[in-house]
Design a binder for this molecule. Structure first.
Ligand SMILES: [Zn+2]
Length: 531
């Protein structure tokens, strides 16, 4: 991967700031000469706001400071809004030009500093900026009296918003972000399996399209570099309230979105999705929608295309109905085993991209699994549907660092597939091991440890083999070590301990007793680093 650093500084005259940005938004992101491949650039865009506060330093001097140098601070002149602890609230107004595949966004973020530290900067994770030319930041401004944004610097997915005065612990900050997205075709600028933020002729997907607060731990904001394999984001819970307007769209456009969705008129919706790690949505004029209620009262909705129904041996098999049934069964079963599903609805979508992808309250299942669906649960359509549904617990309910400890969600989601077959299709248990796992792990040595970070891998196949598939074997062996009842009791306690949190391997292992740690020592040492 070629990393190229370019410090791009734009100083704007205060009075012309908004006007200039509105008319030259494309100029806010520098264009690199080579942008044909998906790996992200490390280009830095630094916007220095015209200084509205008496720092005593001329703006030009500030521009010459190296990136990351400390900004002299004084206490805020008046105490800021100090508030009850709350998760961030993102109030978003977005206008999608469906034909042009452009999105104009105004995002108002209310952040309460619960870190215990006084913060001189707030850091967002801006996932769409990992792709070239997709994200253009227009402005970041603060709404608080007494705190201004002095500069905002965007490098890869990391947006650091520097403050004129520190935000005291327990106090709230209100920030307005304005930006533009130019959505790219699936499988072209984006790799084919990142199509959750991309479009095809019949589907426009907005996944990980909104900036979210980065987690703050031990005195630093955590964001990770992009990598060609796996996911690298870490999501805290937030409340999302999105006013969506879609213009230049075909008639009969259908929105697939989680949470509470209200359609206001033919082109406007409001989506409220609380205590969620992200807010993903998808639009298409061609969706067929089927709904079912699970035994435990969760509404499951499948959004598919007509080609989800395929002809096999002179009979029509309905992949959409199969996906819906498998997802509803999985939601009911995992609710029993691991604790409540975190939302009232679950939306599952036929994707015009490969494999699948999980979001809070929403998941995609790759279109290839419908086209190859044999009409039987012994199929990738079942496996991937169940896997993405399991992520509602191992990602949605229990968060984790997807870059450094991807096994925490992926190995558990994969092992949850096996549990599904055990419960609903016990005759296929051996088939699952042989088809899903053993076929790819036909040698026992040479695999990196299950708890390797995504950065250890250069191919998706090697990553899946080591983390997902060997991870499933490891959990199966841990179950043998502990006994089935104790094993599921342990996972249930992990789902409780990590509920709404970002869990770690320590969280998981700390829930085993000394005797259980001893009983699992050999398995842990066989599969994990440093165990
Ligand atoms: Zn997964």
């Amino acid at each position: 991967m070629k990393h190229q650093t370019l410090i791009f500084v734009r100083q704007l005259v205060e009075t012309a700031w908004l006007l200039m940005c509105a008319t030259s938004a494309l100029g806010c992101t520098p264009t690199l000469a080579t942008q044909a491949t998906p790996p992200p650039t490390a280009t830095t865009v630094r916007i220095v706001q015209a200084s509205p506060f008496p720092t005593g330093a001329a703006p030009t001097e500030r521009l010459l400071q190296p990136v990351g140098s400390p900004i002299p601070m004084t206490a805020a002149p008046t105490p800021e809004v100090c508030a009850e602890a709350a998760i961030p609230l993102h109030t978003v107004s977005a206008e999608v030009d469906y034909a042009a595949r452009r999105v104009e966004v105004e995002q108002h973020t209310r952040y309460v500093n619960r870190t215990g530290d006084s913060l001189s900067a707030i850091v967002f994770s801006v996932e769409p900026n990992r792709y070239p030319d997709l994200f253009s930041l227009i402005s970041v401004t603060a709404k608080n009296a007494g705190i201004e944004v002095t500069a905002s610097e965007l490098t890869g997915r990391r947006l650091s918003v520097e403050l004129s005065h520190p935000l005291a612990s327990g106090c709230a900050l209100e920030l307005d972000l304005r930006f533009q997205l130019r959505i790219t075709p699936v499988g072209q600028v984006l790799s084919a399996n990142s199509g959750y933020l991309g479009y095809t002729a019949r589907q426009l997907n907005l996944g990980l399209w909104l900036p979210a607060l980065a987690p703050y731990r031990a005195g630093r904001w955590i964001t990770h570099d992009s990598a060609p394999v796996g996911e690298q984001t870490i999501h805290e819970l937030a409340d999302w309230d999105v006013a969506l307007r879609v213009v230049n769209a075909p008639d009969g456009l259908i929105l697939a979105a989680p949470g509470i969705v209200a359609q206001i008129d033919a082109e406007r919706w409001r989506i409220r999705h609380n205590a969620a790690r992200d807010l993903a949505l998808s639009l298409s004029p061609a969706y067929l929608v089927e709904r079912v209620m699970t035994e435990n009262g969760i509404a499951v909705e499948a959004y598919t295309f007509s080609d989800a129904q395929v002809n096999q041996d002179n009979a029509t098999v309905n992949g959409g109905a199969h996906m819906l049934d498998a997802a509803a069964k999985a939601i009911a079963m995992y609710s029993d085993l691991f604790g409540a599903y975190p939302h009232d609805r679950f939306v599952i979508i036929q994707a015009d991209f490969r494999d699948g992808m999980e979001f809070s309250g929403l998941a995609y299942v790759g279109g290839e699994w419908f086209r190859t669906f044999p009409g039987s649960p012994a199929s990738y359509l079942t496996i991937i549907t169940v896997h993405e549904t399991a992520h509602q617990w191992w990602y949605g309910r229990v968060g984790s660092d997807q870059a450094l400890t991807p096994w925490l969600d992926e190995a558990l989601a994969t092992y949850s597939e096996y549990i599904f077959y055990e419960e609903y299709h016990p005759a296929l248990k051996d088939w699952w091991w042989s088809f899903r796992v053993d076929a790819f792990l036909n040698v026992e040595t040479g695999f990196p440890p299950v708890d390797s970070p995504v950065f250890a891998f250069t191919s998706s196949r090697a990553y899946i083999n080591a983390v997902y598939l060997r991870g499933a074997r490891m959990f199966h062996q841990l179950r043998a070590d502990l006994g089935t009842d104790a094993f599921f009791d342990w996972l249930r306690r992990y789902a409780d301990a990590g509920d709404g949190q970002i869990a770690s391997a320590e969280t998981l292992w700390s829930l085993l007793s000394p005797l259980q740690l001893e009983a699992t020592a050999a398995t842990r040492s066989r599969y994990l680093f440093g165990e």
